[in-house]
Design a protein around this ligand. Structure first.
Ligand SMILES: [Zn+2]
Ligand SMILES: [Zn+2]
Length: 343
């Protein structure tokens, strides 16, 4: 695989416009590896970028893509990485000096930059990345499955942070890719899980994964009461961003139970704080991931403990990114769309 002088890449050209073109081959710096990117997942954040919502962070001509799987082309001799190794990229740049970093929360760094949002990402054939941000992927994981490690790391982080335990009743509001992965990880930890979802395609997919669902045809409060003998669930995850779910989430959790906010709420929303008070609930946010969450995600996907394959709805070539974004925005029967950089 001899890298040519130019490579294909997709560029963000302002709201609703991605253009595929060419760019000069990147050159890896002293602590960087040169990667051949193979797959990039498209997620909700990318759709926000596409709509122009993140123009304050993504520059014109910027390269997006933070859910990446790649192969090492070259790496510094002392880095421990070799040509041909399969890797995923933890897409974060942090300062190491702020309060968050010093507390161990480097993924919440006050100066955090996300590769593929604030800094160039992986939507291109070749990519230079600091070796400190690479994690090896076992051969037992296919390329498509490896592309799901990043969202799965979000899910392992969320489930760990909410301290989901054996036998817990867990309700997940929203069965998109992250909600589904949270449900699968919680089930693997021994929890009893139900996903509240309204989209018929997603309900069918969740049921196909052996997950129980509660749809729009049933009253959620009544359902949870019946399910838990009137106690409420141990943990509820809010993964919809929908005001109705936010209004309902504190009503369905037991005394001393936990509400975890995973969705990105860009606007304030009404929350029933009476239940928060009356049942002494715990509520926390869950945003990105730490190294341990990535390592667990790789283990769970590689062992098959969390089946990620069924989440891949479609693969598109880089040239179809614009069209793929438009289709994803239109909704419909889609879970995860992967860009195949080898196509
Ligand atoms: Zn994402
Ligand atoms: Zn920092």
């Amino acid at each position: 695989m001899a890298p040519s002088a130019m490579m294909r890449a997709a560029f963000y050209e302002g709201a609703r416009t991605f253009k595929t073109g060419t760019a000069a081959m990147p050159v890896a710096g002293p602590d960087e590896a040169l990667l051949r990117v193979r797959r990039v997942g498209i997620c909700g954040t990318d759709l926000h970028i596409f709509q122009g919502h993140l123009d304050h962070r993504v520059p014109r001509g910027g390269v997006i893509g933070h859910e990446t799987f790649a192969e090492v082309v070259e790496a510094p001799a002392q880095s421990g990485f070799k040509a041909g190794e399969r890797v995923v990229v933890e897409p974060l740049q942090f300062c190491g000096a702020c309060r968050a970093c010093k507390m161990g929360g480097y993924y919440l760094c006050h100066n955090l930059k996300v590769l593929g949002v604030d800094l160039p990402g992986g939507m291109r054939e070749y990519w230079n990345v600091p070796v400190a941000r690479l994690l090896r992927v076992p051969d037992s994981l296919t390329d498509d499955h490896a592309a799901l490690i990043e969202p799965l790391s979000v899910a392992t982080h969320d489930v760990t942070r909410a301290k989901v335990g054996e036998g817990d009743a867990v309700l997940v509001f929203g069965g998109g890719p992250i909600g589904t992965l949270i449900a699968l990880v919680a089930r693997h930890r021994g929890a009893r899980v139900v996903v509240a979802e309204v989209n018929a395609f997603r309900i069918e997919m969740l049921n196909g994964l052996g997950l129980d669902t509660v749809g729009p045809d049933r009253d959620l409060g009544t359902f949870v009461n019946d399910w838990t003998g009137g106690d409420g669930v141990d943990v509820a995850f809010e993964v919809t961003g929908n005001p109705k779910a936010v209004r309902a989430m504190t009503d369905v959790v037991r005394v001393w139970g936990t509400v975890s906010i995973v969705a990105i709420h860009s606007e304030p929303m009404p929350v029933n704080l009476y239940q928060m008070f009356a049942r002494e609930l715990n509520m926390h946010g869950s945003r990105l991931y730490a190294r341990e969450d990535w390592e667990e995600a790789i283990r769970l996907a590689a062992s098959g403990a969390v089946p990620v394959g069924p989440l891949v709805s479609r693969k598109i070539p880089l040239e179809a990114l614009q069209e793929g974004m438009e289709q994803a925005l239109g909704g419909g029967p889609v879970m995860k769309v992967l860009v195949d950089l080898t196509a």
